[in-house]
Design a protein around this ligand. Sequence first.
Ligand code: NAI
Length: 468
Amino acid sequence: MSDDQIFDVVVIGAGPGGYVCAIRCAQLGLKTALVEKNSRLGGTCLNVGCIPSKALLHSTEIFHEIKTHSSAHGIICKDLKHDLSALMKRKDGVVDQLGKGVKALVTKKGVTCLDGHAKLIGQGKLEISDGKSSGTYSAKDIILATGSKPVELPFLPYDGNVIVHSDHGIAFDQVPKKMIVVGAGAIGLELGCVWSRLGADVEVVEFLPEICPQLDAEVAKSARKILEKQGLTFKLSTKVTSVKVAKGSATLVLEDSSGSTEVSADRVLVAVGRGPNTENLGLTEIGVEQDERGRINVDSSFQTNISGVRAIGDVINGPMLAHKAEEDGVACAEMIVGQSGHVNYDLVPGVIYVDPEIANVGLSEKQAQEQGIEVRTGTFPMAANGRALATGATDGMVKVVADAKSDKLLGMQIVARGASELIASAVAHMEYGGAAEDLARTIHAHPTLSESLKEAALSADGRGLHSF
Ligand code: NAI
């Protein structure tokens, strides 16, 4: 084996977990390779997930805002229409530009990029094949960062045309007339909004009694009501039991407590969660242990049961989020060189980028109560915020959850325009062990939407200044 096939670390998978881990390994002086089978680095997030969906959400939000609110702003738009192919072209351009940026970044940081599919062939050994040729490589540490893929329901198999998942749902060449979304989680809501704003009749079928189970019921309900006002319809506590596909259309049988109904659509987007990518990695052959959901078992230093084989990101336990995977990657690299990398899994923020955005961090009131913690809560409606009124962003609310005894901030939920940015200050307060009182006494610029966070904290102590 030549020197250029021997590394300190080989990271398999160049999503946000893998490429960030490889950069950190290189920064720490390790001879590092990053293996990717796709032609563009960036994984699901960059190619078919976070980035393209946010590009589409932004374009369609502009369209929807002009369509529904321009006249209120005194802006007259006649013959407003969209050009779907231009919208998709912009999205593809964003993805392409960022993909090139990631490749340039990892190369500049001293990471060797290897093209092909990697498979473990023994402890510290792997084979990389690009379909034409293959080579054998060795490394003291191999890090599996192979990500996740959409879960398929056995009775709703994907055909890529009528029954589709999120990879397809970011690239339709026509606006569906009727789209059924199965699953009211992040993907279902985001792509449901994209196509609804472009004119599709979107109906969301959700198994649970409310959308977004990570939120308290009052917050989730307020978010759903806003989305309903925008034109989405929801069938809650409903399950899909079967489907018939014929002539470019699907007929689903839905079941709820009152019986079964049929509904037809030209597209059915299934968004019921994601599962780990572990096929053809040689895991079984070398004996890497997986849990009942196929995720790779690791200890607190990302180490699997096979010495020198570690795993991070969506392929292990925890929220399947790009920023969590990045933090795993940094901590894993630092642990390899004996540093004390750390990830605070209690404070991973989650965001759904609909309008208004839905963001949360820490415990909901319900989750805190389930843990036996006595809490105080404070809420603030966006409609009472001056900046929200001035900018037409009055939909939504903020909810703060604090420990009733110590006043420590335990959680925050925000439904508001720009909630993805607002949640960062809640995370920072909580990371430093802040109390609701600390947030209540932090000066927020006026007029800003962020004042709503301070007001919610004040209201947890019955001192809200701008709410009734
Ligand atoms: P999810 O787990 O967020 O939501 C799936 C929803 O489908 C749940 O509400 C569940 O109750 C429902 N469901 C499950 N089986 C069902 C059935 N048979 N019929 C009807 N409803 C059913 O999954 P999603 O939206 O597919 O996202 C996958 C992963 O990707 C998640 O971990 C999510 O956090 C992540 N993601 C995050 C994004 C973000 O941060 N903005 C965007 C996209 C994905």
